[in-house]
Design a protein around this ligand. Sequence first.
Ligand SMILES: Nc1ncnc2c1ncn2[C@@H]1O[C@H](COP(=O)(O)OP(=O)(O)OP(=O)(O)O)[C@@H](O)[C@H]1O
Ligand SMILES: [Mg+2]
Length: 246
Amino acid sequence: MNESQQVTRGELRYEGKAKRVYAVGGATPDTGQYIVEYKDDATAFNGVKKAQISGKGAINNAITVAIYPQLEAAGIPTHFIRQLSEREQLVKAVSIVPVEVIVRNVAAGSFSKRLGIEEGTPLPRPVVEYCYKSDALGDPLINTDTALSLGWATEPQLVRIRELALKVRDFLTPFFAQRGVRLIDFKLEFGTLASGEVVLADEISPDTCRFWDAETNEKLDKDRFRRDLGGVEDAYSEMLRRITKN
Ligand SMILES: Nc1ncnc2c1ncn2[C@@H]1O[C@H](COP(=O)(O)OP(=O)(O)OP(=O)(O)O)[C@@H](O)[C@H]1O
Ligand SMILES: [Mg+2]
């Protein structure tokens, strides 16, 4: 399918908290591709807190659309194909590895709570954590032995996932620093293509990263929603502005 051909939504395959995933329909369906639609819905604390953040879907789509091609250029294979509309993008269909990967530069959130380390404490080397992707269980922390033993990923896949996650970190940390933003931590999802290749999937946005202003440490991410800090829309717009400037 080339750029000039119209891509239309087929059947809804999955509706998550932040996005809808559709098959490609129309005259030229491609079973190797999905259409992802970004919604304005926001949830926190495993779906207990819910709201609409107006404009969030379009902003997170635009942010992901701006970042993924740059990751590709930096040698990180991703699911991204192209933007379709303000809220939609065309991606390669993958089989999602049910292991969420968190990379931390600075202690925050659950890491700080669990280990009693004050939020904002820089980590001398990045920490990669793994969680089982299960809404029912609240995405519990696991280690790689658990993922191997329960058949969620193979050893070569986990090695590749860790390597790619750190590569994403090595690209994004200076990328955001140049835009006056400290990248505190972020969550990634990976999937496998039919060929077996591991690629970065899902999104990178203020929903999935912690961003602090480099000067003031002001939060520019979903913690504004989680912690009722206000100014959620403004923070997301500000991140889009910084990411897409030059
Ligand atoms: N290229 C892809 N192919 C298949 N599935 C994908 C792809 N990219 C992302 N997904 C999946 O699509 C869903 C996106 O929806 P959303 O982000 O709203 O989910 P969510 O509510 O966060 O729930 P989940 O815990 O399932 O991620 C996720 O389950 C994600 O793993
Ligand atoms: Mg999600």
